[in-house]
Structures are given as C-alpha cells and as structure tokens.
Design a protein around this ligand. Sequence first.
Ligand code: 97T
Length: 227
Amino acid sequence: MKIDAITIFPEYFAPAQLSLLGKAQGRGLVELQIHDLRSFTSDNHNTVDDTPYGGGAGMVMLPEIWGQALDPLLISDSDLIILTPAGSRFTQKMAEDFSKSSHLVFACGRYEGIDDRVRQYYSQSQFAKAGVRVHEVSVGDYVLGGGEVASLVMIEAITRLIPGVLGNPESLTEESHNSDGYLEYPNFTKPQEWRGISVPEVLLSGNHGEIAKWRKLQAQERAKKAF
Ligand code: 97T
C-alpha cells in the first residue's frame, strides 16, 4: 500500500518509523511518504492560509497550495482522506475497508480547515472520474490542533490490517469476533499472585471450554459498563 500525507508539520509523523508500521515499511508492505505543504508555496513568506470570506475567527488553508500538492499525487484509484472534526467518525469497519485500498492520501489541515473547494474539486473533476474517492473523516468528538495526529491514528489502525504486517494473524481473527459487539476480556500473566491479587482460578484450570465461557461473560460485563 502506498500512503501519502501532506502537512505543514512533517515532524509529527516521526512515530511512523517505529514498531509495526516502521517494520512494515522496511519490508516493503507499506510505502509512506510525508510531504511538506510549504514546499508547494511560491511566495517569499511560504503562505498557506488566509482570512475566511464572510468573516470570523481563524484562518483557512489556501486551495491553490493544496491543488499544487494533491494534483501530482492523485493518480487513478486513490482514496483522498481529508481530516476534519466535521467528518464521518473513523471506525474499525472503515479501517478494514481502507486496508484494501492501494493508495491513501491524507490531507492534514490546520487552523479552521481547508477551503471547501478542495473537497468539491477532487469529488467532481476528472480526478473523480479517474477513480479518486474523497472522504471527510474525524477520529472522535473532540477538537485537535490539526489533522496530523488523527492521520497517525488512522494509518496505524489501517496498516495493521494489511496481510503480512502483523506477526501473528490469529490476533486479527480474535478481534473480528470481538467486534461483534463485545469488548475484550481482562488479561493476566505471571506471576500467579501480584500484590495480594490472584489470577482468576478458571484461567489456571486448563479447561478451554470454561475459559472461553468466562471470557465471553467478562467481555459482556465490560461492554455493559462502557455504554
Ligand atoms: O480537530 C481537527 C482539526 C483539524 C483536522 C482534524 C481534526 C479532528 O479530527 N478528528 C477529530 C478532530
């Protein structure tokens, strides 16, 4: 999978070189490229934003700069993901769908967002006809300083679903069972007793039927508490 992210803060993406995602890049399963939006400006101040038409607080990112950055990246069959608190909430189902894409482009807006004509243009123009799909996505009901951290959340959730990225694909099968409405059950490891608290007896029993039953009940209890 090819992933492009466009941002005015490329350093935000340093963690993408670590852990599973870092290894996936080393093994050629993911090709992640970060682009500095300011490199597409042509004025002396490297301006990326201006005041909003109609007035109001904050600044809006210039469509022309985004056009310069996006045009060469949006080849056919791409998903353009615009991060915005007003977008559709990112879910595990969306992560599964995006993990099947061959090319993701993350547009990380700052300030009050990107001029809406950028979304309109890539949804309607020859780009749409060539197979560019535009998505406005939010990672949750809170306000961030920009789309960078939201993109990292999405990239991590999506890339771990690509075949070969996870060392142990059994954990994916288990998760898909859990996402049928149950949250995970509580887990324990050594020692058998820690600070006076013992591991539940059933987990030491070796009775796999009883263990599965207990875990399902625990997961249901957790789900009740969470909602
Ligand atoms: O709050 C934001 C600002 C810019 C881009 C994205 C966000 C956001 O994404 N999910 C929640 C908030």
